[in-house]
Design a protein around this ligand. Structure first.
Ligand code: ADP
Ligand code: GN1
Ligand code: MG
Length: 365
């Protein structure tokens, strides 16, 4: 699909003219572009995103969540003497004051964010300090939102981390076997089915009230944090599409899933995929330091398990998407979703062995 970027950018409250607009970043969900404008010889960068319309048919609700959270955070950051344009996502409104623009020609919704300058979103952990900083970033983000009224948020992706529901979806994909791939991945399917018991644990603790429901990010990958390019200190948490009520075990677990992998999420060579317990230690230290006393005993007792659960859930989603014919996660090559599923299963095997050590690390922090 081609878009008339000049027209799209001109609908936003941006001065000057567009000089370039090209694909950017490595997200699996939205189409992200780096848009550069020029006004009186001064260039300014923006992030332009085409919102995934399949996942988010109701852009009003999605953007309402993001505006509420970013407006709230910006105010808090300013009160603390910080720089809201750098430490928070900032939604650039359209000329008529809306948080996104609907392009009739392509039936697409576009949004624009202020570009966070001098910062990097890493795809893999290059230094343990980076991972520690990302933990501080997500911990601080949770702290900022501790006083946010969660009832104002729409659950735009209901049951996002309801692993029991995800398991049911997986079984449906298996039954449907839409593109005839099930026979070739019996081993992977068995791996998922054997671990069904994992699904209910956190869901039930939240249901019974034993574990508190908190406003969580729900997609805490390393590449959803920006770190300062010179000091490597954390700058901002980005990608707020999944801000919803949840558990900190989900946020902690998803960071571990992505960051403690010694290989890439879609690495085809599983010899390169190992769970790095030292990185787990760094993250646990940073996250628990940032959260301080707000963590309850039940949450603490389930953080290490949360890492296994999030890896299991994500692996199950990748495998389901492979069975469905690659319709959800963006793929750029054949078998990418299968490779993604396999890396998650390898990490789970490692984590199942390392669980006592992971629990000891949590207890020490
Ligand atoms: P997706 O939902 O598809 O993952 P993201 O919102 O995470 O999309 O954006 C994809 C990538 O674009 C990020 O990993 C980051 O590199 C970059 N990015 C997103 N927002 C900003 C921003 N405000 N400033 C600078 N870079 C950004
Ligand atoms: C997607 O948008 P992105 O790439 O940050 C997905 C997450 C998965 C992740 C796996 C809305 O995240 O849930 O954990 O891919 N986001 C959505 O890499 O489904
Ligand atoms: Mg992202």
């Amino acid at each position: 699909m081609t878009y008339d970027f000049d027209k799209i950018i001109s609908r936003f409250d941006i001065s000057g003219k567009l000089v370039s607009c090209s694909r950017y970043g490595e997200g699996h969900i939205n189409e992200t572009y780096l848009a550069i404008t020029e006004d009186n010889g001064k260039e300014t960068k923006y992030i332009l995103q085409r919102i995934n319309g399949k996942l988010f048919p109701d852009a009003d609700k999605l953007m309402s969540n993001i505006c509420l959270v970013t407006d709230f955070n910006r105010k808090k950051i300013a009160e603390r003497g910080g720089d809201p344009d750098r430490e928070s996502l900032t939604v650039v409104r359209t000329r008529d004051g809306r948080p996104y623009y609907h392009d009739e020609t392509t039936d697409s919704n576009f949004r624009v964010y202020v570009f966070i300058t001098g910062a990097i979103a890493y795809q893999t952990v290059e230094k343990p300090e980076h991972f520690y900083e990302s933990a501080m970033a997500f911990g601080n983000f949770a702290n900022l939102l501790a006083e946010f009224d969660a009832t104002k948020l729409y659950e735009v992706l209901p049951d996002f981390h309801n692993t029991e529901k995800r398991f049911g979806d997986f079984e449906n994909s298996l039954l449907k076997n839409a593109v005839g791939r099930a026979a070739g991945v019996k081993k992977e399917i068995d791996f998922v089915l054997k671990r069904k018991d994992y699904c209910g644990r956190i869901v039930n603790l939240l249901k019974s009230g034993e574990m508190p429901v908190k406003v969580t990010h729900n997609d805490t990958k390393l590449n959803n944090v920006m770190l300062d390019e010179t000091t490597s200190k954390y700058v901002a948490v980005i990608d707020l599409d999944t801000i919803m009520p949840g558990s900190i075990c989900y946020d902690f677990g998803d960071s571990i899933r992505f960051g403690c992998n010694t290989g890439a999420e879609d690495e085809p060579d599983l010899n390169k995929v190992n769970f790095d317990v030292n990185l787990f230690k760094s993250y646990a230290k940073g996250y628990l330091t940032a959260l301080g006393n707000s963590v309850t005993k039940t949450e603490r007792d389930n953080l290490a398990f949360g890492a296994i659960l999030m890896t299991y859930e994500c692996g199950m989603r990748f495998l389901a998407d492979y069975l469905d014919g690659d319709v959800y996660f963006r793929t750029t090559r054949a078998n990418q979703n299968l490779d993604r599923a396999r890396t998650q299963f390898k990490l789970i095997e490692d984590m199942e062995k390392a669980l006592p050590e992971m629990e000891r690390i949590i207890a020490e922090n």
